[in-house]
Design a protein around this ligand. Structure first.
Ligand SMILES: Nc1ncnc2c1ncn2[C@@H]1O[C@H](COP(=O)(O)OP(=O)(O)OP(=O)(O)O)[C@@H](O)[C@H]1O
Length: 210
């Protein structure tokens, strides 16, 4: 088996004096999809933000490629894509402008590639309208187009199925599976009943990794 990209060792997190999880240990290995599951308020978003380096209120250890993440923060950030549970797009910008902004800090992509990615998420014909005129599902699709131009080996995705129609959900499932088949690693929080072959589960609220 490949070496883990990310390892969590004895993670513990409390919010408002309520213990969300403790003794939580798992490895995220290339070629896998991991679903973080649990009831509302069990800490899925909190865990994903901890893994993404966006929340410091935790104890335990997080390793990136076998070394403490804090010692290789730049490499970790360069190789990790995080999509939060809000689409995170700007209402006044067009899908093309938003996707360019979402890829800022990476190697600049030709406009043609951005447009292809938007078409790939079902937004052909909507590339140049302000995003405020798009539906909730279409706005989510603008953010999801980021996945179609992603070369980061680790994806951390929070509730990416929200507001997406049945066909879109199926396309995202295929994309996650394809990403894993190509050697990427995907961690996804979702209430959607995601069932992928070989999928690892991190279950919060009840404890346990399976
Ligand atoms: N900004 C915040 N400040 C303080 N507590 C917070 C904050 N955000 C979330 N919490 C608390 O942390 C706990 C876990 O929240 P989190 O959003 O991680 O849960 P979740 O499992 O993702 O929930 P959901 O399924 O509803 O999205 C909740 O009890 C919540 O009240």
């Amino acid at each position: 088996m490949s070496e883990p990209l990310l390892q969590a060792v004895d993670l513990q997190c409390e919010r408002d004096e309520r213990l969300l999880f403790r003794d939580l240990s798992f490895s995220i290995v290339p070629g896998t999809v991991t679903r973080v599951e649990g009831p509302n308020g069990s800490g899925k978003t909190t865990l994903l933000r901890i893994l993404a380096g966006l929340n410091d209120a935790w104890s335990g250890q997080i390793l990136w490629c076998g070394a403490p993440r804090s010692a290789s923060r730049e490499a970790f950030l360069r190789n990790t894509l995080y999509l939060g549970h809000r689409p995170g797009i700007k209402a006044l910008l067009t899908p093309v402008e938003n996707l360019r902004a979402l890829t800022a800090g990476r190697r600049p992509l030709p406009e043609k590639v951005l447009r292809q990615a938007l078409a790939g998420t079902g937004l052909a014909g909507f590339e140049d309208v302000p995003c405020r005129t798009l539906s909730a599902g279409q706005q989510r699709r603008v953010a999801l187009a980021r996945l179609l131009v992603a070369d980061e080996p680790l994806w951390l995705l929070d509730e990416v199925f929200t507001a997406i129609d049945v066909e879109g959900v199926s396309a995202i499932e295929s994309l996650l599976q394809q990403r894993a088949a190509e050697g990427g690693a995907v961690v996804v929080t979702t209430h959607h009943e995601l069932q992928l072959p070989g999928m690892q589960r991190i279950t919060l609220g009840e404890g346990g990794v399976s």
